[in-house]
Design a protein around this ligand. Structure first.
Ligand SMILES: [Zn+2]
Length: 857
């Protein structure tokens, strides 16, 4: 489709007044008119729900009631659209509080892993008060990726209503004058992204920054965000092994706010920037994993796999590899790269795999490096080696922009997956002229180009113009798109942007959804529902309800975490520490009783080596702190350990303790089996506590044929696999008919003596902090892999792929979940593990979908 737009005011100097910030509401449903707000009772008696009788405006409010010193909490997570503007929390509340704190609002800032960075409490309010406004400006702390608001009553008797709650953040419109890359040919300004400073996670940034700072005529900066404003000042950008980009607008938020999406969407900004002439260097996972599972520039480079053959030995005659000789990188693995149609392999390892790729995207250049410069083999920051520094400096010189572009064309979102048949595609396209006369005409042509067919937009509408930026809303009819990948192709009459550029991609997977819809209803011979958080079942009635719901969904078994990750024991134990607050109640005994009454098997889900958290280690670890698992960098001070506390799987004492708990449960309760979870080292790889290091030295000496990395992996595998066989022997002695199930990660878990082996075959829903939703093809492929692996070693083993409902905030739709189950069954799985009850308990439509799929034919 072709459109002509008048360029209104390109003379930035004329626009003297600073443009007003665009206010964006980060919260959805704060008017409480409808939607999935719910409230949980944390203590006392009371509750909360949407109310329609007392409202500030509209038809609904959120009402919380405490009958006696009750704490009721409603929470919602929000993302930020601007990296550095404060947010304003505002709304109205009304109270009739007779005792206690009354209404309480807390904003919790989280990093990309969902860990708390800081709590910002607002003033509380008690007593009798009519609708009153609250409003507070908060500045997100550095390292925060997103926030979570808690609306509460705290240890309160009485009532509080909330309505019209908003969390707004301003985005100052980007002026074309702020885009300066390519304007100074004498100096290269390079922005090295520090994902950790953005609340995300990345590796090597600060060391790469230091290495590039030492290059003559280079000005290196660390960037704490990837907005267009931030990268537009730099002649080149480095994305050092980014696992999570941290502070950035969530896709849904940006889709609701196209007027800011083009400035705030990191992917859209990076794509526009490079196509207009900017340069980019990607290391390790940034080439197409982690934060960029959909590769940023797949026509140049993507990730083909992982290798421990890290040494580059063959170099193309290319400016990026000039002067390099074979060298050993500082980190212990690499990503094997794949060159796209516009990429060229410039560096290979001894196995002939690509470890360096260079190419062009639009007018800009891309270099992908499979190495991870800037960290050592323990993933700790380390200086960039001399050879790696030379490689980076060469790459920077080759990619850096040398002239100012004529225009920037941004399309947001940069990548979209269509999964529902009939779904349409909406994009916002911003045209930012940088070197044109005012009053001219902008001639814009765009279409979606697919492998098999191309299509024109169904509609194109000019939303607004600010300065000289033209913003369009473009819609494509989903049914007109071909299957697979299509590219949004844009051409203009602006200097430097005349040639058609592929600035955004759409992956149309609806064909696979249609395929899944056409599959027959599931037929599983075994199906297990996971109750992973037993602490949510406080009473006998809760446990009876859980068993009843499992039977109504036609499950065959319940996996009840009598030893969950917090390492409290949810049964009457003589050995460990029973979960507090249960008194005489024995949750495991009740779970056995009610599951058996409902005709269900009851397996104890046993979170094997996890022994609580650094703040709250289990009694076992408190008594024996020196038996904890150490990650590289950990020491004897357990309070400094991260990612939980684990017992060291290499220690006889730890193994004996875990075995003694299994023996105690198998002897004292009529359980039908054990289900392993957390059957691993804390970091999934190995332990470096003094005991393990001593054993490793012996192992290494006995296996001189193995490299250090191979020996580490082999010893770890032996240690974990042998433990599962010790469990089988124990059960053969005390309960020979007991079933063993495992939810595991490494491929070699197929050597465990399990009746049912579960690998993850389904994502955590759309939760952005966990990588977002998977394509349905991946669900099928992972289920198929589970089936193939279960077939390999243990004769009686069956695959039971894990299908995740996602946590409640991201609960999957019944349609989506039905497709996943059918694809898992179609992949050849005869059994399935369904995670998790804490979502199903509150989602009747998901329960209904499962009941249909699991019913006997
Ligand atoms: Zn150890």
């Amino acid at each position: 489709m072709r459109t002509i737009i008048l360029i209104t005011c390109a003379l930035i100097l004329l626009c003297a007044a600073a443009p007003a910030a665009v206010e964006v509401d980060l919260l959805t449903g704060g008017d409480f008119e409808a939607g999935a707000w719910s409230a949980d009772l944390w203590e006392g008696e009371g509750g909360g729900a949407l109310a329609t009788d007392i409202v500030h405006s509209g038809l609904g409010s959120l009402h919380m009631h405490g009958a006696g010193a009750a704490t009721v909490v409603s929470e919602r997570t929000f993302s930020l659209v601007s990296p550095d503007e404060p947010v304003t929390v505002s709304g109205y509340w009304k109270g009739a509080v007779t005792e206690g704190t009354g209404g309480r609002i807390v904003v919790r800032w989280l990093n990309g892993d969902g860990e708390k960075v800081r709590d910002d409490p607002l003033p509380t309010k008690a007593g009798e008060f009519d609708w009153t406004q609250f409003s507070e400006s908060l500045t997100p702390p550095a390292n925060a990726a997103r926030g979570r608001i808690f609306l509460e009553i705290w240890r309160t008797t009485g009532d509080v209503w909330y309505d019209d709650v908003r969390i707004t953040q301003g985005v100052v419109p980007l002026s074309p004058a702020e885009i300066t890359f390519g304007s100074d040919p004498a100096t290269i300004t390079v922005g090295v992204f520090d994902a950790d400073a953005a609340g995300g996670r990345g590796y090597g940034g600060p060391s790469i920054h230091a290495a590039l700072s030492a290059v003559p005529n280079v000005r290196a900066e660390l960037l704490d965000n990837l907005s267009l404003r931030s990268i537009g000042r730099c002649d080149a950008i480095v994305l050092p092994n980014v696992h999570d980009i941290g502070r950035t607008g969530a896709a849904a938020l940006l889709a609701r706010n196209p007027q800011v999406a083009w400035m705030a969407d990191a992917r859209a900004a990076l794509s526009a920037y490079v196509h207009a002439g900017g340069g980019i260097i990607l290391t390790h996972m940034s080439n197409g994993e982690g934060a960029f599972t959909n590769p940023l520039f797949p026509q140049v480079v993507s990730v083909a796999g992982k290798s421990f053959d890290t040494r580059p030995v063959a170099f193309a005659n290319h400016p990026v590899t000039a002067g390099l000789q074979p060298f050993d990188p500082t980190f212990e693995d690499i990503r094997v790269l794949q060159a796209g149609p516009r990429g060229e392999v410039i560096m290979r390892n001894g196995s002939g795999q690509a470890v360096g790729v260079g190419g062009e995207a639009g007018v800009g250049r891309v270099v992908g490096i499979g190495l991870c410069p800037g960290i050592d083999k323990f993933e700790k920051p380390a200086p960039v080696s001399e050879s790696e520094a030379r490689l980076l400096a060469n790459a920077l010189t080759w990619v850096a922009a040398r002239s100012r572009p004529g225009a920037l064309i941004v399309a947001a979102p940069n990548v979209t997956e269509l999964t529902e048949p009939g779904e349409d595609l909406d994009l916002s396209v911003a045209i930012v002229p940088l070197a044109v006369e005012p009053g001219g005409e902008l001639d814009l042509r765009l279409r979606m180009r697919g492998e098999t067919k191309s299509c024109e937009p169904a509609s194109m509408e000019q939303v607004q113009s600010q300065d000289s930026v033209t913003l369009l809303r473009v819609t494509f009819d989903g049914d007109a798109l071909g299957d697979g990948v299509s590219w949004l192709e844009v051409a203009t009459n602006l200097p430097g942007a005349e040639e058609p550029r592929d600035i955004a991609q759409v992956v149309n997977r609806s064909a696979f959804a249609r395929f899944a819809d056409g599959l027959p209803k599931c037929h599983f011979t075994w199906s297990a529902m996971n109750v992973h958080g037993p602490s949510a079942l406080r009473t006998e009635a809760d446990i009876a309800e859980m068993a009843r719901m499992a039977r109504e969904m036609h499950f065959k078994a319940v996996l009840f975490a009598a030893k969950p990750p917090d390492a409290y024991l949810y049964y009457n134990t003589e050995i460990g520490e029973k979960a507090p607050g249960y008194g005489d109640l024995d949750p495991l005994a009740l779970a056995v009783k009610y599951c058996h009454q409902e005709g269900l098997q009851l397996l104890v889900q046993f979170c094997t080596f996890q022994e609580g958290s650094a703040q709250n280690p289990s009694k076992f670890i408190r008594e024996h702190p020196d038996w904890a698992d150490w990650d590289p960098g950990d020491g004897p001070d357990l309070s400094k350990h991260q990612n939980g506390i684990f017992g060291c799987p290499d220690r006889r004492e730890v193994r004996d303790y875990e075995l003694s708990l299994i023996r105690e449960m198998a002897q004292n309760y009529d359980i039908d089996g054990i289900s392993f979870d957390y059957i691993r080292y804390k970091n999934d790889r190995y332990c470096v506590c003094p005991h393990s290091e001593h054993k490793f030295a012996e192992y290494r000496a006995a296996h001189p044929e193995l490299s250090e990395a191979q020996a580490r992996a082999a010893m770890a595998e032996q240690s974990i696999v042998s433990f599962t066989w010790e469990v089988r022997e124990l059960l053969d002695e005390v309960k020979p008919n007991a079933i063993l199930h495992g939810y595991c990660h490494p491929a070699w878990a197929n050597k465990f003596p399990l009746q049912y082996l579960s690998f993850r075959a389904s994502a955590h829903g759309a939760d952005p902090s966990r990588g977002g939703e998977w394509p349905l093809e991946k669900v099928y492929e992972q289920a198929k892999r589970n089936v193939d692996l279960a077939d390999d070693h243990v004769e009686f083993m069956k695959a039971a792929p894990m299908a995740d409902t996602a946590y409640r905030a991201y609960a999957k739709s019944p349609e989506r979940y039905r497709r996943e189950l059918r694809l898992i069954n179609h992949a050849g799985a005869d059994a399935v593990m369904i995670y998790l009850y804490s979502t199903l308990r509150y989602e009747p439509s998901l329960r209904e979908a499962i009941a249909v799929e699991l019913a006997e034919p």
